[in-house]
Design a protein around this ligand. Structure first.
Ligand code: ADP
Ligand code: MG
Ligand code: MG
Length: 914
């Protein structure tokens, strides 16, 4: 669970202690050089093998080449001691087994397995049956009296070695295999007869010769060295790199290499191989869970070629082996005090353990297992809090696909932009979505777009899920759907979205409007047809119990970003302790308001503008009324109008097109009279760089009547709620301040209107006026600004934009190159850049509190729901974080973990100063 924490001391650097580095650690014969705590050195797999050996479990013997060798390999100079120690360890292994690698009547065969500190399932490579060659295979056939087994093992070696070590495309091996299998007319691999297998081997060897210009290496030691180096290299393959980036694993850790005597699950009907979990990894249920195949080897179980049997079958088929396996895995779970994921092989009725590790699990399972283990006395309540990753709690808030027993066809895999599941009928435009939703033609709708724009909002609102063929994790579709808690698969590049023909073409299928598809936003999969779903479970009793352990621990308050009463109610359901950001402009996009908003913007003078604002006032007041009621006495932070005005107007290009179309077809249309002045004003308002233009507090300074109207709506609503016995707590926030003067200007208007309203109504309410800090200049002069501002809320989205000088909407043009070249470890809009933007936050907080010691400080924006960023906010002593309602559980858990970590390790000595 500590995947994100990288041990810098052990990463990337050579051992600097005076004792010389030990490169190779043996295990076998009931004892091991290493143990389970040595994951840094031995990798997770190697440490597990050592630990199991020490515990007297049946583990095939072998040795582990430690991670430092891999780091040396990456640096380009491997110590000669690695080879020397490896040969010595091989010697010991050969003596222990009474065999010699790939030689003699009873040749030793080994597996060469990767295994890093953090498990990276399937990301790196493993080679089985190493040591076999043309001669050894005959010896094995004779010894086992089972030529089918011997040739099968050899063809597997050539295939794996060819793929992993020699870079011969896997597909070419598969083609040979499938052609001969088809010719032989057999259904399963194990039905192939020795002669057919021999023929496959001949063809495989020819392929290797053709592709590499060399013969498949016959020398067992030569094979071993090449395989070892290939495993080192596999640390650097693209899959592994991507996995590390997503999981924040340091690129310099390196992998260990495990060389282990083979045991054979493909020896016949009395042999087999399998994988399992000590508890159900999907639900957390305390039942033994797993699958196996008889007469099979290695990955056969998971490769989907044959349907594996449930582990409960094993109880019937081989009761002794089953009991032994249960006893061992139960012991391992108690030993590691966590759910175990294990691999085993049965050779001729005898059980061998090949791997054990803490099992990966869904959020639902993580919570259930944590609670069960506390009840069973295996772990403490505090430990339980760390057994769930904050992001996993999302699983409780979104529906999921039911896949069990379904045959699913994955059409494409895009980015898992917003988790959950969506099953629905597809439409291609926002208008169609709204139309078919309103007339009830489609019950659930999936909006399919090339990419979405702000104009699609209404359609996104009524859709159950969104699929786009372009765009990244911070694309419009991704950001908006995450806020809505709605499933989204973005950037599914294999999908062709023909908005014109209203067709989705993918994998040779054509889907038309109304066809059913299913989306899994948690994995990014696009699936054909109509799967069933399991609804969200925010009131799941296990979750409620778990959160009752979490909440008392944390110090940070958690608020939600919510603009309308519906979101506010949802937020309270998910545990919000206030609203940290109410974006008032969201209220203006509604159909009945946008007209008035446009009239206001198009007004040429103050008088007309005030007229239009008057129409908006009652609507805005009604919104606040609902919001204050929903939040009762919890604090509500309301931000004054922020976006550039053109966002409320039609696009210039669209207007130009419409006008010229009308001029051509209906030159007398009265509509033209309406559109021409609109275009003129749109042109007037056009800005070269709206992000840095007339927006934020600049609007309220240029047009004070806007701030006046908004303040009036707020205070009238608050007074109304209070006179009915309510107790609203208002925090009015001025956006995009860069100087104390701006703050003073706007705060004066707010306070003046408050006084007016209180006098008119004969009632007062408590309120604060504060600011969003989202410009570097505001952070730098925070001590001054705090003279006027009674609270700070860091708008870290804009602060990231303005600190880096990068527009959030344009980052996708270069983010991939930045990530690939390691310039950015992650998207700074998703995870707060602690060194730069974070430093500004820390510094401004300190400066602000210098002026106003009990200044209330929080952050709002995407970062408020990101666990790493939340932990940072705890560390630097903020009062709260505010995030979208669907991130609340995550933020609550992250804040609790941060508080506990601090107790365990002491406060961060660096956080007090800056
Ligand atoms: P991964 O890390 O991808 O799981 P592993 O190194 O665990 O890769 O190996 C892949 C497969 O090969 C697993 O099913 C494992 O059980 C099997 N395997 C590895 N070493 C041996 C061995 N010495 N004898 C038999 N099977 C093995
Ligand atoms: Mg494994
Ligand atoms: Mg902003």
């Amino acid at each position: 669970m500590t995947q994100g924490v990288v041990d810098q001391a052990s990463a990337g650097k050579a051992d600097t202690t005076s004792t010389p580095t030990k490169y190779v650690y043996s295990f076998g014969g009931g004892k091991a050089d290493g143990n389970g705590r040595m994951k840094d050195v031995l990798g997770g797999k190697g440490a597990g093998l050592a630990e199991m050996t020490n515990a007297g479990l049946p583990v095939p013997p072998g040795f582990t080449i430690q991670t430092e060798s891999c780091r040396e390999y990456m640096r380009g100079s491997v110590s000669p001691k690695v080879d020397a120690e490896m040969h010595a360890a091989l010697d010991r292994l050969e003596k222990l087994q009474g065999q010699k690698l790939g030689t003699g009547e009873n040749p030793l065969l080994v597996s060469v397995r990767s295994g890093a500190k953090f498990s990276m399932p399937g990301m790196m490579d493993t080679i089985l049956n190493l040591g076999l060659n043309d001669k050894a295979v005959e010896a094995l056939a004779k010894l086992s009296n089972n030529p089918r087994f011997a040739y099968d093992s050899y063809r597997r070696l050539i295939q794996m070695f060819g793929d992993v070590v020699l870079d011969v495309p896997k597909k070419k091996f598969e083609h040979i295999f499938d052609t001969i299998k088809e010719r032989e007319g057999v259904k399963f691999d194990y039905e192939l007869q020795p002669d057919a297998l021999k023929e496959i081997i001949v063809e495989y060897k020819k392929l290797v010769r053709k592709e590499t210009g060399k013969d498949f290496p016959q020398g067992p030691l030569d094979q071993l060295v090449q395989a070892r180096d290939a495993v080192f290299r596999s640390w650097q393959n693209d899959r592994a790199k991507t996995y590390r980036r997503i999981n924040h694993i340091d690129d310099w850790l390196g992998t260990a290499v495990n060389v282990q005597a083979m045991v054979f699950g493909n020896l016949g009907e009395n042999s087999g191989t399998g994988v399992g979990f000590t508890r159900n990894p999907a639900t957390g249920e305390h039942v033994f869970f797993g699958e196996y195949l008889m007469n099979a080897q290695g990955e056969d179980v998971v490769s989907g070629v044959r349907t594996p049997l449930s582990i409960s079958e094993l109880e019937r088929a081989m009761p002794k082996v089953y009991d032994h396996l249960r006893a061992i895995t139960w012991k391992m779970e108690k030993h590691y005090r966590d759910m175990q994921d294990f691999e085993f092989t049965i050779q001729d009725g005898k059980l061998y353990m090949l791997q054990t590790r803490n099992g990966k699990r869904t959020g639902l399972a993580a919570v259930r297992i944590a609670i069960d283990m506390v009840r069973e006395g295996l772990i403490t309540q505090e430990e339980a809090i760390f057994r769930v990753e904050p992001n996993q709690l999302y699983d409780f808030l979104v529906p999921r696909l039911i896949e069990k027993g379904e045959k699913i066809e994955v059409l494409a895999t895009g980015l898992p932009a917003s988790p959950g599941a969506a099953v629905g009928q597809i439409v291609f435009t926002a208008e169609d979505a709204v139309k078919f939703h309103a007339n009830g033609a489609y019950r659930t709708i999936i909006l399919v777009r090339g990419e979405t724009t702000p104009e699609d909002i209404a359609g996104m609102e009524v859709a159950t899920g969104i699929l786009t063929s372009r765009g990244g994790m911070t694309s419009h579709a991704a950001v908006v759907t995450r806020g809505m808690g709605k499933c989204c698969v973005a950037g599914a590049g294999d999908c062709t979205v023909d908005e014109h023909a209203k067709e989705l073409r993918v994998k040779g299928h054509t889907f038309k409007q109304g066809d059913w598809i299913s989306l899994d936003g948690t994995t990014g999969r696009v699936i054909a047809g109509q799967l069933k779903t399991l609804p969200a479970q925010p009131d799941d009793p296990d979750l409620v119990k778990f959160m009752s352990w979490v909440d008392p621990v944390r110090k940070l308050r958690i608020r939600a970003n919510a603009d309308v009463p519906r979101d506010a109610k949802q937020a309270r359901l998910f545990g919000a302790e206030g609203i940290g950001l109410c974006r008032t402009e969201h209220m203006f996009f509604a159909e009945d308001r946008i007209g008035h908003m446009r009239t206001m913007i198009l007004s040429e003078n103050e008088k007309d503008r005030r007229e239009a604002l008057k129409k908006l006032l009652p609507m805005q007041r009604a919104d606040f009324l609902g919001l204050f009621k929903a939040m009762e006495s919890l604090p509500v932070t309301i931000r004054l109008l922020d976006p550039p005005l053109h966002e409320f107007l039609p696009q210039r290009e669209d207007l130009l097109v419409e006008i010229s179309h009308l001029e051509d077809t209906k030159p007398r249309s009265p509509k033209l009279k309406e559109l021409r002045p609109l275009l003129a004003r749109v042109q007037e308002l056009h800005e070269t760089n709206p992000m840095l233009g007339l927006r934020g507090c600049r609007l309220g300074i240029a047009f004070p009547e806007i701030t006046e109207m908004q303040s009036r709506a707020i205070f009238e609503a608050a007074v109304a709620v209070k006179s009915k016995g309510g107790d609203p707590h208002l925090e009015i926030m001025v956006p995009l301040i860069g100087s104390i003067e701006e703050m003073r200007n706007q705060a004066a208007i707010v306070r003046r209107v408050a006084a007016d309203v209180f006098k008119e109504k004969g009632e007062t309410v408590d309120f604060m006026v504060g600011t969003m800090i989202e410009l570097p200049r505001a952070a730098l002069t925070a001590d001054q600004i705090a003279e006027e501002a009674e609270f700070f809320s860091f708008g870290t989205n804009d602060l990231t934009q303005t600190t880096f000088g990068i527009s959030r909407d344009d980052i996708n043009h270069f983010l991939p190159s930045y990530i690939k070249q390691g310039i950015f470890k992650q998207d700074p809009f998703a995870t707060l850049d602690q060194a730069g933007v974070g430093l500004l936050v820390k510094m401004a907080t300190a400066k602000g509190r210098n002026t106003r010691p009990n200044l209330k400080v929080g952050i709002c924006g995407e970062h408020g729901g990101d666990p790493e960023s939340v932990k940072f906010c705890h560390k630097i002593g903020l009062n709260y974080v505010s995030c979208s309602p669907f991130r609340l559980l995550t933020a609550r858990l992250a804040a609790a973990q941060a508080a506990l970590q601090e107790i365990q390790t002491g406060p961060d000595i660096h956080s007090g100063t800056c």
